[in-house]
Design a protein around this ligand. Structure first.
Ligand SMILES: Cc1cc2nc3c(=O)[nH]c(=O)nc-3n(C[C@H](O)[C@H](O)[C@H](O)COP(=O)(O)O)c2cc1C
Length: 304
């Protein structure tokens, strides 16, 4: 028997595999495929205070080894989430994390204050890094100053742990992670999607109505892994790694690079069972390599 438990300090997970926000609906959509209790946890689609329709279609494009999305954070809002969705997904034997969005600092705080009054949420994942809401990918995670200000405000308001989700669309991701940490982040999640675009040669028009979108999937994995290593090897708080994880081997690489847990995103579109398959593959690898506790391999990368 392999001990699969993951330890984020502020949150103990039964295993290190979570489903990533925006690729797993509100969780219940995946119940026909597997028992949610098999997961370490899942992160629901990004929530603003009110409902949002997101961007105009087309808003998803397949590319070589990846997906470009410009969904634009479509969501039901906190009221409908707490009344219609949360009662169905809490208490299912897995950690429910809410991906928190806002048009400004006040909205992020309002979302967290509203949700704090409702049971069944393990932690917030602060989405300061969505590249397809504003033109040209602008978001708070692009600057240490806006990151620190927002994280500080949310931490002051929140009763629950706050994991800050960073953007890869920066020159120095370590600087942004440090700003989040210094402002009180309990954990860091990275990466969100990479600002990207696709062109239709025949029409000479962008394939996405929004022009720009966010690239995810296997194409981004090596860059995501580099960023997770850079942040995790310096951070004082636990790191959740993601970006192109399709197999147990991919997930284990992120753990060795320093992630305490991983999120599986685009893989869910290819195979709705991906997260549980990846967990099984992690377990098999550990069994074959004499690793009795998965958390023992976190950060064991040897350099030099
Ligand atoms: C269609 C789609 C929607 C997404 N929506 C969100 C979202 O609402 N909030 C968020 O923080 N990240 C969102 N993401 C980013 C993923 O959670 C993840 O950070 C990213 O896709 C990288 O992981 P992957 O390569 O395994 O997909 C979305 C990604 C995709 C593909």
């Amino acid at each position: 028997m392999i001990d699969l438990a993951a330890d984020l300090g502020f949150l103990k997970l039964k295993n290190p595999v979570l489903a990533a926000s925006g690729t797993f609906g509100y969780g219940s959509e995946f119940e026909p495929y597997f028992d949610l209790a098999k997961l370490g946890g899942f992160v629901v689609k990004g929530l603003y205070y009110g409902p949002r329709e997101g961007n105009r279609p087309p808003r998803l494009v397949e590319t070589t080894g990846g997906l470009i999305n410009a969904i634009g954070l479509q969501g039901v809002g906190v009221q409908a989430f707490s009344e219609k969705i949360l009662p169905k997904i809490r208490g299912r034997g897995t950690a429910v994390l809410v991906n928190v969005c806002g048009a400004d600092d006040d909205e992020y705080v309002a979302v967290v204050e509203f949700l704090d009054a409702h049971e069944g949420i393990a932690a917030y994942e602060l989405n300061i890094s969505c590249p397809n809401v504003k033109k040209e990918g602008l978001c708070p995670a692009l600057s240490p100053r806006t990151t620190a200000r927002l994280v500080g405000r949310v931490k002051d308001a929140s009763k629950r742990p706050v994991i800050v989700k960073l953007s890869p669309n920066v020159t120095d991701v370590v600087e942004i992670a440090r700003a989040a940490e210094d402002a009180g982040a309990d954990g860091i999640a990275l990466v969100n999607t990479f600002l990207a675009m696709a062109v239709d040669l025949e029409t000479r028009r962008p394939k996405l109505a929004n022009v720009f979108g966010g690239l995810s999937g296997p194409a981004v994995k090596p860059i995501a892994l580099r960023m997770v290593y850079q942040v995790a090897s310096r951070a004082r708080v636990p790191v959740i790694g993601m970006g192109g994880i399709m197999t147990g081997t991919d997930a284990l690489e992120f753990l060795v690079a320093g992630a305490s847990a991983v999120e599986v995103g685009t893989a869910n579109f290819v195979d709705p069972d991906a997260a549980v398959r990846i967990l099984r593959e992690i377990e098999e690898w550990c069994g074959a390599h004499g690793v009795s506790r998965v958390r023992d391999i976190v950060g064991t990368l040897e350099i030099g």
